[in-house]
Write a protein that binds this ligand. Structure first.
Ligand code: ASP
Length: 431
């Protein structure tokens, strides 16, 4: 009994941490020492771990569309002041764009110094002309839903956000006339929040299975042939997460970054194990309310960030461009580097945060400066592990920006942040 009550005291975040390390260890042991294909592949990898890991990601994905849709509507309707919504939206988008541009720049600088691709002497048909394929106007047009129900069904985040914001604004305007609908969305939102709490209880098992499966099939030696490239990406990610973000938080809000990371780490671990920022949305929202952020802000900024703000991905892309250019002996001038920054930022807007999407948009970045896309093949094999790390940075970027916007907007509860008060977990009580 004593043991059980001790176990019950361990927080969910710590359970997730344990699940992650245990999964890593079990995965590596399986990879190194277990050669029995039946036990390893048939029983564990393709059934037990697959079921536990993919099952958990599916549960999280199940939450995303209804949770985002309901909470955006309720969040925006409760702000009611349209000007305020504009300010939050404007600030968020600006910070997202600036942090992504900063991230690519850091990556270009690091790999300019470390030179991960030097000496590989690849020969390719590199065309040195600079062409920009990223179409900013199409990215904007794609945000407007042709049919909002299609967008909901497909889980297209940006059109869902736009449609939700519009409904929220109108509800705030019509008030009493639309009370019934307002109550419907408010209660729907409470239901989805409760469902999130329940699903989250399975997170440690899900994370354990995801980690064990990944490392049992990959092993760490896959990283060896490209250590310099991997090193560049990881260094860039570490700088962004542990230097750039804390600096932004301190300069713009004077909040203690250590306090932030202590509470936030489970979100990073979940993003790391699952490689998808989209499926991390529910957990991110939950942890940010424990940090004192008002859901009015986070319900809008987090889903938006999961789609348009991918700093970690941009870092990988910056390093990959330099790596390929060095391997093919191409000299990228200033205008090509600026094109890379522009294309990487545009590419991160409008692509959903799902596993490996960064590798797909990398095509666009490569073609924009005339690099041979074959070079992507060289880094494909190790991308899965880098995807895990960069997804953790992607979700941290969304949360840091949300902290800043929420602080500037006076909707951050400092007492909750400092741990003096519990967050009102259920932000809207069921009426
Ligand atoms: N997996 C990343 C995410 O979901 C995107 C990527 O870089 O592939 O944020």
């Amino acid at each position: 009994m004593g043991m059980i009550s001790k176990l019950k005291k361990i927080s969910l975040g710590n359970w997730m941490l344990m699940g992650m390390f245990l999964g890593l260890i079990v995965g590596l042991i399986l990879n190194e020492f277990v050669s029995d294909q039946f036990i390893k592949d048939v029983i564990l990898l393709n059934n037990v771990f697959y079921l536990g890991g993919t099952g958990f990601i599916k549960l999280m994905k199940m939450l995303v569309v209804p949770l985002v849709f309901f909470s955006i509507i309720v969040g925006v309707a409760s702000i009611s002041d349209i000007k305020k919504i504009g300010t939050i939206g404007g600030r968020t988008i600006i910070i997202y764009l600036i942090t992504t541009a900063l991230a690519v720049t850091v990556a270009l600088l690091i790999s300019g110094i470390i030179k991960p691709g030097a000496g590989l002497n690849m020969v390719g048909v590199a065309q040195a002309n600079v062409t920009t394929n990223a179409s900013a106007s199409n990215t904007v047009l794609n945000m407007i839903p042709d049919n909002p129900f299609n967008s909901l069904a497909n889980g297209d985040m940006l059109p869902v956000i736009i449609f939700g914001v519009l409904i929220g604004i109108i509800l705030a305007k019509l008030r009493e006339k639309t009370k019934l609908v307002n109550d419907f969305f408010t209660q729907g939102n409470s239901i989805m929040m409760e469902m999130t709490h329940i699903v989250m209880k399975f997170a440690p098992i899900g994370i354990f299975c995801l980690m064990a499966k990944t490392f049992a099939s990959l092993g760490l030696d896959t990283l060896l042939p490209l250590t310099k490239y991997v090193g560049c990406v990881l260094l860039g990610l570490a700088i962004q997460a542990f230097v750039v973000y804390p600096a932004l938080l301190v300069i713009l809000t004077r909040l203690n970054p250590i306090r932030f990371f202590k509470k936030f780490f489970p979100v990073m671990f979940f993003a790391f194990s699952s490689s998808t920022s989209n499926a991390t949305i529910p957990l991110n929202l939950e942890k940010l309310s424990e940090l004192g952020v008002s859901r009015d802000v986070s319900s809008f900024t987090i889903p938006l960030g999961a789609t348009i703000n991918m700093d970690g991905t941009a870092i990988m892309q910056g390093c990959a461009v330099m790596f390929a250019a060095q391997a093919y002996g191409m000299d990228l001038g200033l205008s090509a580097l600026l094109t890379v920054i522009f294309t990487a930022v545009t590419a991160s807007i409008g692509t959903a945060g799902v596993p490996s999407v960064g590798l797909i948009t990398l095509n666009m970045v490569f073609t924009s400066v005339g690099l041979p896309v074959d070079a992507i093949g060289m880094i494909m094999g190790i991308d899965h592990i880098l995807d895990m790390f960069r997804t953790a940075v992607n979700v941290t970027g969304d949360a840091i920006c949300t902290m800043i916007v929420s602080f500037k907007n006076n909707s951050l509860d400092l007492d909750v942040f400092k741990g003096k008060k519990e967050s009102g977990e259920k932000w809207v009580d069921i009426i």
